[in-house]
Design a protein around this ligand. Sequence first.
Ligand SMILES: *Cc1c(COP(=O)(O)O)cnc(C)c1O
Length: 334
Amino acid sequence: MYLGSRSVVGVTSCTAALHLCLLAWEIGEGDEVITTPMSFCATANSILHVGATPVFVDVEEETGNINSELIEKAITEKTKAIMPVHLYGQLCDMRKIHEIAEKHKLVVIEDAAHTIEAQRDGVRPGSLSDCVCFSFYATKNITSGEGGAIATNNTEKANLLSKLRLHGIDKSAIDRYTKLYQHWDMSVLGWKYNMDNIQASLLVGQLERIDKFWERRNYIWNLYEEKLRGIKGIEILKTVADSRHARHLFTIQITDKKRDSVLISLQEKGIGVAVNYRPIHLLEYYRSTFGFKEGNFPVAEKIGARTISLPLYPGLKDIEVDYIATSLHDILKS
Ligand SMILES: *Cc1c(COP(=O)(O)O)cnc(C)c1O
């Protein structure tokens, strides 16, 4: 297995994976889960899906990852879990998060939708947590169009997760129909979240090429950094020293202009861009349900207001990176 974890359970998406992990570790109504506002809304939504409350903690300026120094302040008697997100492909400080979780007896569920390939201080996704969730959605580092997985070293929970992904029944179709028909039973209330065989077969080829894809994205990343170095008006988040970054999303922070005007200008030049992310707490549902407002998590808001994701995928050509860098130079000068 790529990450060396004991068990992997294939599911329909990373959202389903996060949801099932919360269920399997018995987190629900009345519980609080500490997470980051700088993520895709699926992270916090999964906490709402089990009736628990997401408690946001602001992020680090240099990486955009949850600020582990601020986590302890957010812990209450209701806190049951921490759900860190390895933003853009860079691992959070899992040693620190693990230490806090041990001290306060909290479950750690990693959202590694951006990050399969990373390493930091000898830690890889899942090495220091209860479970780690991956996405194989079309935009991710490896993909089956849609899909997800949970990796865990807890065999008992892996068995429970396998049941929970298929209604809570104890036999899959292959168990039921090979040889003589067998009765099946349902012991817990599960969901319809099983990864299908077609998705799984697509992933086999993707997994074989995972390091080759990473090499190419890493090369493009370094090319971007070289070509954009010294351009006035942008900043680039830091890669933590002596770590391997999964190189999922290459983002720039626009410092002197309105982000959205640069966003429009890049698209006018035919460059595909995205914003990852406007912080979750400022999305309409979270504002109106929980009363969040601007100023609650200033660092996440700063990144959310300034960030632009540039194209990053193995098929991107060097000459296209050149064109994007030159276009940025022109846009920021004007
Ligand atoms: C894409 C993504 C998800 C959701 O993944 P799905 O497989 O689409 O459910 C969750 N968290 C993060 C950080 C993501 O980027």
